[in-house]
Design a protein around this ligand. Structure first.
Ligand code: GLC
Length: 501
């Protein structure tokens, strides 16, 4: 069987606003990404996923799209996008773009027409509300001038489309064609389980992401992805789609990943697992048992960075665990999604001043929740402030970087064998050599308490989540470890790749 490129791909998420700023306005842009393609190639990833760069009033960092077929001037032009795709391909990197089909911006021409009382059937307008809450906090309904309410599962600036209207289907097929015709290799589908809401919009008790809920995961959504799959199959070059599906079971996740639906879906259970061998093993077993094409992810632009999640009072522990988790993830069958900055070991920035915060979660929760700005702080490329090489000249970035970013910058880490950046490069290079030579299956080996050992043919991965050093399992050579080994002992918070002939 020919193995599709995405099955084992390493995809690097670029949160465009925070990756690299070429224009000098303090906000990352497409030209900034283009300049850093050699860095990404050198890192050893196979593809990049660009978060939304479309025209948007930025009520939710661009996840509120006002025009699905353009580029916001903040991020560049369509010509910049086209040259980015061309140059990425020349570097051997595929390009995924984010598609936001659950909602548009309130500035989208369709919603502006709806506000004028025209064609409200493309959104969800009602005379009375139900008890649904916005995911960001507060009610999911906002009243318009004539007294009707519209539904928004996220910010008021993000009205939900009515997917029961065929016009919405036709529009999105056309949007997908627009980007496919410009050479994109696939799509990341935002809130992929959200498009349909239960008929009659009944009240809910618990609105968290569940496989059975009037708010999320209605069965009709699968027909959308069947249509999209047919469209993708009609293009040459193995175009693909990965869904952002938040749910509470791997069986439910698997419903989206089918030969006639999405190619992949994010596996958030992996990212939600605490630092625990039992939790890790359960997610791995559940995933491999139910999802034909597995994916793994530790961090993204919506969650606390994993170095901080795994951290204890000692920040070094968080980093050691983050590196061990990475090595474990890269040994699993399937594809892995990395988030910009994790290769530098960036922590969550927890002490941003309130006046710097921009995430609607902070505002809609009335400051009770810090929001997601702490994982979106611009990347430090060089040692020197004010922007650590993020913006040219003396420009301040759109979110302030802490002083600790100097030590974590690319400039500081490049060439330092013990650095997290060089560790990522080495791990990705080893994985690239191994991936075609090892089976897509995994076998658990006996291991002491607190520790996991598994093998894939000649490769054995060992991770120590316990408090004591343990003996490595049988092996011929040590290929790589996430931290120093002590002779034949694997210290706590450390993982290793071992080879046996
Ligand atoms: C997804 C995005 C998130 C955004 C939300 C609404 O969860 O990843 O950043 O706020 O959708 O579009």
């Amino acid at each position: 069987m020919d193995i599709p490129w995405w099955r084992d791909a390493i995809v690097y998420e670029i949160y465009v606003r925070s990756f690299a700023d070429a224009s000098g306005d303090g906000v990352g842009d497409l030209a900034g990404v283009r300049e850093r393609l050699p860095y990404l190639r050198r890192l050893g990833v196979d593809a990049i996923w660009l978060t939304p760069f479309y025209p948007s009033p930025m009520a939710d960092g661009g996840y509120d799209v006002a025009n699905y077929r353009g580029v916001d001037p903040l991020f560049g032009t369509l010509a910049d996008f086209e040259s980015l795709v061309e140059q990425a391909h020349e570097h051997g990197l595929r390009v995924l773009v984010d598609i936001v089909p659950n909602h548009s911006s309130s500035e989208h021409p369709w919603f502006q027409a709806a506000l004028r009382g025209e064609r409200r059937d493309r959104y969800i307008f009602r005379d009375t509300t139900n008890n649904w809450q916005s995911t960001f906090g507060g009610p999911a309904w906002t009243k318009v001038a004539d007294g009707q309410y519209y539904l928004h599962l996220f910010a008021p600036g993000q009205p939900d489309f009515n997917w029961r209207n065929p016009e919405v289907h036709a529009e999105f097929l056309d949007i997908l064609r627009f980007w496919l015709d410009r050479g994109v290799d696939g799509f990341r589908i935002d809130v992929a389980m959200g498009l349909y809401k239960a008929e009659g919009l009944p009240d809910v008790g618990d609105q968290s992401f569940k496989s059975v809920s009037p708010v999320w995961g209605q069965p009709e959504v699968h027909n959308v992805y069947r249509d999209w799959r047919r469209l993708l199959n009609g293009y040459p070059g193995e175009r693909m789609a990965v869904g952002e599906v938040w749910t509470d079971s791997s069986e439910d996740l698997a419903l989206y990943v089918r030969p006639d639906e999405l190619h992949q879906s994010f596996n958030f259970a992996w990212l939600q697992a605490p630092w625990s061998p039992t939790a890790f093993k359960k997610v791995i077993d559940d995933t491999l048992a139910s999802v034909p094409f597995a994916t793994w992810v530790l961090s993204n632009h919506d969650v606390v960075r994993h170095r901080t999640r795994y951290g204890t009072a000692d920040p070094g522990t968080g980093l050691a665990r983050a590196r061990a988790a990475l090595l474990t993830m890269l040994a699993l069958p399937g594809s892995a999604y990395l988030y910009q900055g994790e290769e530098l070991g960036l922590p969550e920035v927890t002490d941003l001043p309130d006046e710097a915060r921009q995430d609607p979660v902070f505002f809609q929760s009335k400051g009770k929740l810090p929001g997601r700005d702490g994982c979106r702080v611009p990347i430090p490329w060089t040692v020197d402030p004010p922007s650590h090489g993020f913006s040219p000249g003396g420009v301040e970035p759109w979110l302030p970087q802490p002083a600790t970013f100097a030590e974590l910058s690319v400039e500081k880490q490049e060439g330092d064998a013990g650095s997290t950046l060089e560790f990522y490069r080495q791990a990705l290079a080893c994985r690239r050599d191994l991936v075609g030579t090892i089976p897509y299956t995994l076998e658990w080996l006996d291991s002491p308490e607190g520790v996991l050992f598994f093998s894939r043919g000649p490769l054995t991965c060992a991770i120590n989540c316990g408090l004591q050093p343990v003996h490595l399992p049988e092996h011929d050579t040590v290929l790589l470890s996430s931290g120093p080994l002590k002779g034949d002992l694997l210290p706590p918070d450390t993982a290793a790749w071992l080879m046996t002939s």
